[in-house]
Design a protein around this ligand. Structure first.
Ligand SMILES: Nc1ncnc2c1ncn2[C@@H]1O[C@H](COP(=O)(O)OP(=O)(O)OP(=O)(O)O)[C@@H](O)[C@H]1O
Ligand SMILES: [Mg+2]
Length: 766
């Protein structure tokens, strides 16, 4: 007897079994030797290792042994062919293996014809084979050729996937009709299972088809592209671009254009020259801000605080900015932003003020320098057909901003050039015009771009060279430059603390005495703004930082003497009045961007024929002024006590050595005339008088500019009296009070009044 765990052997079936249990192996060997059939019976409990007769079914199958093979793991592979159904009738006790006496159990005879039933089973089986992924065609062929109905049932039962109990029950059914019926039931059940499986599969496929098909496909595509990716960066980039276009927040028109371009890109071979162009273009479309805004903060006190924290003085400018914030708060976004333009000398804080405005409004700050731009295409960009074409500066800067409402500084409007390549100012006009700038056109983009949310701020050193059409659109705010006192204050409050921090020194580590600071301003800088001042302070901090490395000392208090040690001898000298009252020399006062200063005006009379010699880098206006002064003197010679024919005997040389700086303007007129009269009358000029004013040939004195700076220069130089045109009286209001009090002003309408104020009464001896 060979007990088996998980199978049932049917008559005539061939099967191969692995026999592992030693008693079973002995049984096989014995049967083989003795030429006896092996009795194959299934165990009731498959798990049981050592089986006793009660553990086995009563009905089994006798089998002939085909061949046996010893396997490397010690088991025995046995090929068996089933012979006939048997029922165990008696057990043979004792022995190394189970032995039993069995009686054959032949199929019962039945009256009725089973052909119909067999036909039905065969049909069901065929259906099953067709549906099942596990059954092969050969199983059906075997069933077709079964011959007897009972055998057909056995074949079908052997091939189907049945439980051991089901198999055993087929084995135990000896009536062929009953067995066929039983098998038909099992087939039916199997078919229903198969059908259900098919239904589920179809349903899943359908659902996938509807909802997830696209995603699955996309994933496939991504996988394919990824797979290809290592070999084909082009595909990968294409995919990335598409993703970016899909995920970016683009207006419909822009998104449509981007997709259009991508579709075109997809049709091109990767090596085509247009590929790079299109890719860059789509990059630009995606990178530009189209909708993103930074939230504007319209908080008056905050804005005021920010401006005060970053900039000293500049009251008028700050006021204008606060007004803007206030109006905007009330009028909302539909208010057309004014285009402010800061005009002033270098370093007066134009750029930094723009930045402060952005901070005050909580908006992003960007800046474009227009210096040296001569080509319209630099502002607007080139058409894409150009090799290496890019958008213009405006669009480039908007990309930097990443939002559509930055504070946008147009720096150096006055340095804008103009030549045959078109007028960049014309392009700027469109940028700044509120009627047009909601659809700014850049030929590269080829799509209108909305600049209307931008707050533009221009800067220029002077308005003279700003194209008039452009200047017309700007609301000009002048930053006049700082007086010495203001510079001291700015240095103390802003520049020094900042430089100390930037150089990594402890806060408050360095202090300058007021005289030292004043000396720094006077002797080491010459400017209207404070940039050099800041640089010099930086220089001092650098030196200190170096010492700091060597030894840490107490906080430094810088005096004038130490200043010279750090920075070397002073670089600039300010004009000073003459040491004593002198014949033929007046002290003029001029004004330049870097402030006012004194300059002597010398007249020398030479033997000659009335020629006027002018030296000292004078401009045309100043030369004309000198001529006017000479004509006045000649015309008034008699009243002034001068020989009327002096021009027949003398040449007049006027020299204006204003530190070799080119100077121009009419304001030296009365000073030149005074020096000339002094030289001719030999009446000395009072050394403590400075004078400024334009002269006419009839001796009238006309108004001039730069009064504030000129008066401050006089004050700084320690002069006592300033001769000014009467028409400039109103400008004295701008002069700081301390300077106004220390000086006396002689306001003149006519030249003789000026002479009276400047000339000593008695002629010099000799
Ligand atoms: N009123 C001020 N208060 C504090 N700091 C100031 C003031 N004015 C200018 N500064 C400082 O001076 C430096 C130069 O200023 P900024 O660069 O803004 O000058 P600018 O007018 O733009 O000059 P440019 O015409 O050369 O561009 C900055 O560091 C700025 O902070
Ligand atoms: Mg600047």
């Amino acid at each position: 007897m060979l007990p088996v765990r998980d199978t049932v052997l049917y008559p005539q079936m061939v099967t191969s079994l692995f026999v592992g249990r030693p008693p079973s192996q002995k049984a096989v060997e014995h049967a083989e030797h003795a030429g006896l059939p092996l009795l194959v019976v299934a165990q009731r409990d498959q798990e049981k290792e050592e089986v006793e007769p009660p553990d086995l079914f009563d009905v089994g199958t006798t089998a002939a042994i085909g061949r046996t093979l010893k396997m490397p793991d010690g088991t025995l592979s046995v090929l068996l062919q089933g012979q006939e159904r048997v029922r165990v009738v008696d057990w043979v006790s004792g022995g190394a293996f189970l032995q039993a006496v069995a009686a054959p159990l032949p199929d019962e005879r039945v009256q009725e014809d089973l052909a119909l039933l067999a036909q039905r089973v065969l049909e069901l089986f065929e259906h099953c084979v067709r549906l099942s992924p596990h059954l092969g065609q050969e199983a059906y062929v075997a069933a077709m050729n079964a011959g007897e109905p009972g055998r057909l049932a056995d074949i079908v039962a052997a091939t189907l996937n049945l439980t051991l109990a089901e198999r055993q029950s087929v084995l135990e059914t000896t009536r062929p009709d009953a067995r066929l019926g039983r098998v038909a039931d099992l087939l039916d059940k199997e078919l229903r299972v198969l059908d259900l499986q098919r239904q589920i599969q179809e349903q899943v496929a359908q659902e996938l088809g509807r909802a997830t098909r696209e995603q699955v496909l996309r994933e496939h595509l991504a996988t394919i592209e990824r797979e290809l990716g290592s070999a084909d960066p082009f595909q990968r980039e294409m995919h990335e671009l598409r993703e970016r276009v899909a995920t970016s927040d683009l207006p419909p028109a822009v998104a449509a254009r981007a997709r259009e371009e991508l579709d075109r890109l997809a049709t091109l071979p990767p090596a085509a020259p247009e590929v790079a162009i299109i890719r860059t273009y789509v990059d630009w479309l995606v990178d530009l801000p189209w909708c993103a805004v930074s939230e504007e903060v319209l908080d008056l006190p905050r804005a005021e605080r920010v401006l005060d924290e970053t900039h000293f003085g500049l009251e008028k400018v700050k006021e204008r900015i606060i007004e803007y914030v206030a109006v905007r708060k009330m009028a909302g976004a539909q208010l057309r932003s004014p285009i402010l333009c800061f005009v002033g000398a270098p370093g007066v804080g134009k750029t930094s003020l723009g930045q402060a405005i952005a901070t005050a409004l909580g908006r992003c700050f960007v800046r474009v320098s227009l210096g040296g731009i001569r080509d319209e295409a630099e502002i607007r960009g080139h058409r894409r057909t150009y090799v290496g074409a890019l958008p213009g500066r405006v669009i480039q800067t908007m990309r930097q901003a990443r939002v559509v409402n930055p504070v946008f500084m147009l720096d150096e409007l006055d340095k804008l050039g103009l030549d045959f390549r078109g007028d960049p100012a014309a392009a700027l006009l469109e940028v700044l015009d509120p009627e047009q700038n909601h659809a700014f056109s850049d030929p590269y983009l080829d799509l209108p771009y909305d600049l209307s949310h931008v707050l533009f701020i221009g800067t220029a050193n002077t308005l003279d060279t700003v194209p008039p059409a452009l200047a017309d659109r700007l609301e000009v705010i002048e930053l006049p430059g700082y007086t010495e006192e203001e510079k001291l204050e700015i240095a103390r409050r802003f520049l020094l603390p900042r430089q100390i921090a930037e150089h990594g020194l402890p806060a408050g580590h360095l202090a300058l005495t007021t005289p030292a600071l004043r000396q720094l301003v006077r002797g080491y800088t010459r400017e209207a703004g404070v940039r050099s001042l800041e640089r010099e302070l930086g220089g001092i901090c650098r030196k200190l930082a170096r010492q700091q490395v060597r030894r840490s000392g107490p906080a430094r208090r810088l005096t004038e003497r130490i200043l010279a040690r750090y920075l070397g001898p002073p670089r600039y000298r300010w004009g000073l009045p003459e040491a004593e009252d002198t014949v033929g020399v007046t002290t003029g006062v001029y004004w330049s961007e870097s402030g006012g200063d004194l300059a002597p005006i010398e007249v020398q009379l030479l033997p000659g024929k009335g020629k006027l010699i002018l030296t000292g880098k004078l401009g045309d206006v100043m030369k004309e002024s000198a001529t006017a002064a000479l004509s006045y003197t000649r015309a008034q010679a008699r009243e002034l006590g001068i020989a009327p024919d002096f021009c027949d005997r003398l040449d007049v040389h006027i020299h204006c050595p204003a530190a070799a700086q080119p100077t121009d303007g009419p304001s030296a007129g009365i000073a030149m005339a005074t020096a000339l009269v002094s030289a001719l009358t030999r009446r000395p000029v009072r050394r403590d008088v400075v004078m400024t004013g334009e002269i006419t040939v009839r001796g009238r004195v006309l108004a001039i500019g730069g009064v504030k700076e000129k008066v401050l220069a006089a004050h700084r130089a320690g002069v006592r009296t300033v001769v000014l045109p009467k028409r400039n009286a109103k400008d004295l209001d701008d002069v700081p009070a301390d300077a106004r009090q220390a000086l006396s002003f002689v306001l003149v309408e006519r030249m003789d009044e000026a002479l009276r104020a400047a000339l000593c009464v008695a002629p010099a001896a000799g």
